[in-house]
Design a protein around this ligand. Structure first.
Ligand code: FE
Length: 210
């Protein structure tokens, strides 16, 4: 349930469409009217990122990094190239940086300016990621924001907040849960949630006794 209650804090459903949304709509209408873009092509792009590309891509990257130290090294050196090895790339994923969680450091990703997000590995961003409360508070009170998602980072750990831009998109590599020694990459993938790759959550713990 910790994943559900936060929507009330972040999602201002009562607000009229944002200025940005209206501008986007106006621009789209104009481009279609002038015959510069095909609305069906736009719909196809959105459909692809909504339904075909999703956090599972990112989960496979994380599971590979947990399983293969050589891959982790390549991910550290050039995340864009390492992610492309698994076949993921393209829009909003051109310049990727992987940031690793450790017992000493917890990473959290935001885009304070708008909603830059690594589509190629996480699909389209959740509504709360685009909301102004998340965008502003993630920087000034990251621990408070994470607490709303049910995540308490130990006081002794450093919290690093990464502000995405048009040039750089971040992927959090969560810590590998204890008790997963010897697990297959496929099984590990199931433990990696979207939220854990944004940094508002940890990877799922394996169900004990299962
Ligand atoms: Fe942005």
């Amino acid at each position: 349930m910790a994943h559900d209650h936060h929507d009330h804090d972040h999602d201002h459903g009562q607000e009229p469409p944002s200025d940005m949304a209206l501008r986007v709509k106006a621009l789209e209408s104009l481009l279609v009217e002038k015959g510069l873009v095909d609305p069906a092509a736009l719909d196809a792009i959105i459909d692809t990122y909504e339904h075909k590309v999703g956090p599972r891509n990112g989960a496979r990257v994380v599971a590979r990094a947990w399983s293969d130290p050589a891959y982790l090294d390549r991910l550290r050196a050039d995340a864009t190239a390492a992610i492309a090895e698994l076949g993921y790339g393209g829009r909003q994923g051109e310049h990727m940086v992987a940031v690793e969680n450790t017992p000493e450091v917890h990473n959290l990703v935001v885009c304070t300016l708008c909603s830059c997000y690594p589509w190629s590995v996480l699909g389209l961003p959740p509504v709360w990621y685009k909301s102004s409360p998340y965008r502003s508070r993630a920087v000034i009170d990251p621990r408070g924001v994470m607490a709303e998602f049910g995540l308490t980072v130990p006081d002794e750990a450093e919290v690093r907040v990464w502000d995405s831009t048009a040039e750089i998109r971040y992927l959090v590599i969560p810590e590998r849960p204890a008790g997963t020694e010897g697990w297959s990459e496929e099984a590990l993938t199931e433990l990696v949630s979207r939220d854990s790759m944004i940094g508002v959550s940890l990877a799922r713990a394996p169900e004990t006794g299962a």
